[in-house]
Design a protein around this ligand. Structure first.
Ligand SMILES: Cc1cc2nc3c(=O)[nH]c(=O)nc-3n(C[C@H](O)[C@H](O)[C@H](O)COP(=O)(O)OP(=O)(O)OC[C@H]3O[C@@H](n4cnc5c(N)ncnc54)[C@H](O)[C@@H]3O)c2cc1C
Ligand code: FES
Length: 342
């Protein structure tokens, strides 16, 4: 444990204490203050903020794509990488009044694998039962970090289900990926895994009469499936469309369940699209399909999740179609090992 310092967030006027050994984001989360974040690894820029007062701040390794040097010199910081060595006042550039006080306690838990089945040629449906503690409170759309045995590393995976006792995940296997290889070759039924969470702000905001547009690609299926399942369970009847992009038919998963959700969600449409194979459904990149089928999304809320380039393209398109920037919620599934780390 290091010394502790006071951190004040403006314009919300919230104050926390951060230990020098912790990142400011982590200290806030542990004190129930849910700041905007995505990867927690200095890759996605979701937590970028501005230091108004104080300058004794050290950063863990981050990508200069997320925080270029000139921005750092101007006073910008990544809260997921920043350690405070004096009292600070920080201006939050992105914040959500609804989320900021909704923080759930972060729990470290042990879980046992119930199943680890393929749902496509390169995606797994991993189901784990919590052992200790036996449940974990989270909002649908959030994620947990999995420890990788024999390393100091963790990887983030979004909950695809709604149960707080039995957690479900949809996980893409990357050739040569650290967690991927572990999941592919070592994780059998009965294996025990360590998880920490919940994290993330990709959660359904309350806006009863607002239309919903979901755009997902690849394993971005996971949190969107979790949100849709929870809407069905809670009887949320907002008009909703889920655009899901895949390359080929062999990349589609949960098709039957998503089609059936239309009977439980009164105004729901599932629109899968393939970019690399002709078929009788929609064809092309998912952003091209949204551009073709939607003309005016003014007033809608959008939720986008998947690989970073897809998320960035979708964000631009949705904004051009009329969705307010602040109503486009997203999770970029950044991976480690991206270029230009600092
Ligand atoms: C908020 C959040 C939620 C997420 N949720 C999900 C989810 O629900 N499902 C899901 O599948 N994923 C999710 N991810 C991504 C996930 O956390 C992992 O990043 C991903 O699974 C890869 O982990 P890995 O250990 O298998 O691969 P890594 O070891 O991290 O490698 C990933 C890829 O990069 C390559 N690579 C590694 N290091 C380098 C390097 N130095 N140079 C070049 N290439 C390199 C590897 O070969 C591999 O192809 C999420 C990410 C975030 C940030
Ligand atoms: S850069 Fe901080 S959460 Fe992604």
């Amino acid at each position: 444990m290091g010394d502790k310092h006071k951190i004040r967030f403006e314009p919300v006027g919230v104050e926390i204490e951060a230990d020098e050994d912790q990142t400011i984001l982590r200290a806030a989360a542990e004190q129930g203050v849910m700041l905007m974040h995505g990867c927690k690894e200095g890759q996605c820029a979701a937590c970028k903020s501005f230091i108004l007062d104080g300058d004794d701040v050290e950063h863990d390794r981050y990508s200069t794509f997320a925080l270029p040097d000139f921005e750092k010199e101007e006073g910008y910081t990544l809260l997921c990488r920043a350690h405070a060595y004096e009292d600070l006042t920080i201006e939050l550039l992105n914040y959500d009044e609804e989320m900021i006080r909704s923080g759930l306690p972060i729990v470290q838990a042990r879980a046992e694998v119930v199943s680890n089945d393929s749902v496509t040629h390169d995606m797994r449906h991993l189901v784990v039962r919590l052992l200790e503690p036996s449940s974990l409170k989270y909002f649908p759309g959030q994620y947990v970090d999995f420890a990788i045995p024999g390393s100091e590393e963790t990887r983030s995976f979004s909950m695809a289900g709604t149960s707080e006792q039995v957690l479900e995940f949809v996980i893409k296997i990357y050739p040569g990926g650290l967690f991927s290889q572990f999941l592919d070759t070592e994780v059998a039924v009965g294996a025990q895994l360590e998880i920490t969470g919940p994290f993330g702000v990709f959660t359904l905001r309350d806006a009863p009469d607002t239309d919903l547009i979901f755009v997902g690609g690849g394993a971005g299926m996971a949190p969107i499936l979790g949100l849709l399942r929870s809407m069905a369970e809670r009887g949320i009847d907002r008009r909703a469309t889920f655009y899901y992009g895949a390359r080929r038919r062999r990349d589609l998963c949960f098709d039957q369940e998503l089609s059936e959700l239309a009977s439980r969600l009164p105004d729901f449409r599932y629109v899968p699209a393939l970019s690399d194979e002709d078929w009788d459904g929609e064809s092309g990149l998912i952003t091209d399909v949204v551009r073709r089928l939607e003309h005016d999304l003014t007033g809608a809320d959008a939720y986008v999740c998947g690989p970073p380039p897809m998320v960035e393209a979708a964000f631009e398109l949705l904004a051009a179609l009329g969705v307010a920037d602040k109503r486009i919620f997203f999770d970029k599934f950044t991976t480690t090992g991206e270029a230009e780390d600092r």
